[in-house]
Design a binder for this molecule. Structure first.
Ligand code: ATP
Ligand code: MG
Length: 399
């Protein structure tokens, strides 16, 4: 059999073969996207004994050591946005005979009744076409295992990828999380309550490539620390997707007391939300964040009618992103369970906005009404006080 590339002397290496969506890589963005993806993969695996991370045409290969646990590496890679799919693979010389021998070794330890070979030749000077490789390897596998070829629903798929200087063999292709690498879409500040929705909103923005700064408002000393502890735990869970986070804990209880003594009951929720946005905007600007994020979903509660959303958002000059706006509670809950935030979110707490809240809540407010309601308040002072009293926590993962 003819050999290619002269790379056959290199011993095979085990690692994770990582594919990303080519579609996200058009033009000048390519190198920016890839650098961030590489940086994120290295961050996600920095405490594991693996590397180097090799950049190859259209894919990445993260070498593993003998001791590296695939289970741990699998978990880490499944949270790096930008990865389309990945697999534990062997990297070796692009030599058909060596590939065939390696595949024979690998398949003889597996039990399967049907299989197919899916070869991809990424350069056209390799002596065989992809179809010829499929046939040659297929015949060899059949000879030693006796399994039948099934192109539509095989028990085992043998993947082969051939590049000019290396080839890869793998069997267990896993779906990555998709999306864009965190850090490629700028920074946003997410208003993180202890509820179910806002952690999911933060997750979805990370998946679109945003780095998320968290802002939580609490009512201490008028309430206990539960909501803050939940926010810290939620931010910690979400940090597994962006590797480093900052969480601001801002006191809101005194502002609420002022609102209670000056603002008619039905307008309070809208005024609370507008105050939250103003404080969050200051934090966002300090952090270089370009937008605010909330977990609002249209019609879910009184403060989330289209009129109230419009009235609330006028308090901020930054764009407000609401990734959950068209989702219903079941969809959001399902996603929260998948992220692992649901269990934390349902721990009972005293949410600052449910405290000091009257029975009747205005559902169709206007900007004018909100301004009138806010007139007795010294907004600038209240916002500045809460902003300067907020303190921040740094979280990192792994670590
Ligand atoms: P969530 O489940 O996120 O708490 P929700 O359905 O309870 O949302 P609201 O309580 O009306 O809805 O809150 C709407 C959004 O306002 C939240 O998704 C969140 O982004 C923000 N928010 C509410 N309370 C707080 C808080 N205490 N700290 C920070 N942000 C908050
Ligand atoms: Mg809530």
């Amino acid at each position: 059999m003819k050999r290619t590339g002269g790379a056959s002397a290199r011993p095979p290496a085990r690692g994770a073969l990582i594919h990303y969506h080519e579609i996200a890589l058009k033009g000048k963005n390519r190198s920016f996207f890839l650098k961030q993806l590489e940086a994120n993969i290295l961050l996600a695996t920095r405490d594991l004994d693996c590397g180097p991370l090799k950049r190859l045409a259209g894919r990445l290969f993260l070498e593993m050591r003998e001791e590296t646990s695939w289970e741990v590496l699998r978990q880490r890679l499944s949270r790096v946005f930008g990865i389309a799919n990945f697999a534990p693979a062997v990297m070796m010389a692009p030599d058909l005979e060596l590939l065939a021998q390696r595949i024979e070794e690998e398949v003889s330890s597996r039990s399967f009744h049907s299989f197919r070979v899916a070869a991809r030749r990424a350069f056209k000077t390799f002596p065989q076409t992809s179809q010829e490789i499929n046939e040659i390897i297929g015949a060899r596998v059949q000879r030693i295992c006796g399994a039948r070829v099934d192109l539509t629903n095989p028990e085992l798929t043998i993947y082969i990828e051939i590049l000019p200087a290396e080839a890869f063999v793998y069997f267990d292709k896993l779906l990555g999380p998709g999306g864009l690498p965190v850090g490629t879409s700028g920074t946003v500040a997410c208003l993180l309550s202890g509820g179910i929705d806002s952690p999911v909103a933060a997750y979805r923005m990370m998946k679109r490539g945003c780095r998320v700064v968290f802002v939580h408002f609490h009512s201490q000393p008028f309430a206990d620390r539960t909501s803050q502890e939940k926010a810290i735990e939620l931010a910690r869970l979400l940090t597994r997707y962006q590797f480093a986070s900052r969480l601001y804990l801002a006191p809101f209880g005194e502002l609420q007391q002022e609102v209670v003594s000056h603002v008619t009951g039905r307008m309070r929720i809208v005024v609370y939300r507008r105050l939250m946005l103003r404080i969050a905007e200051q934090i966002a600007r300090k952090e270089g964040a370009q937008a605010l994020v909330t977990g609002e979903s249209l019609g879910q509660v009184a403060s989330q009618t289209i009129e109230n959303i419009a009235t609330i958002e006028q308090a901020s000059t930054l764009p407000i992103l609401r990734p959950l706006i068209g989702m219903d509670k079941d969809e959001i809950t399902q996603q929260a369970q998948q992220i692992g935030s649901y269990e934390v979110s349902i721990i009972p707490d005293q949410d600052c906005c449910s405290m000091f809240l009257p029975r009747q809540v205005a559902t169709h407010t206007t900007h004018r009404e909100a301004e009138l309601a806010e007139r007795p308040l010294d907004l600038e002072r209240l916002v500045a006080q809460a902003h300067s009293a907020a303190y921040s926590l740094e979280l990192s993962f792994p670590g």
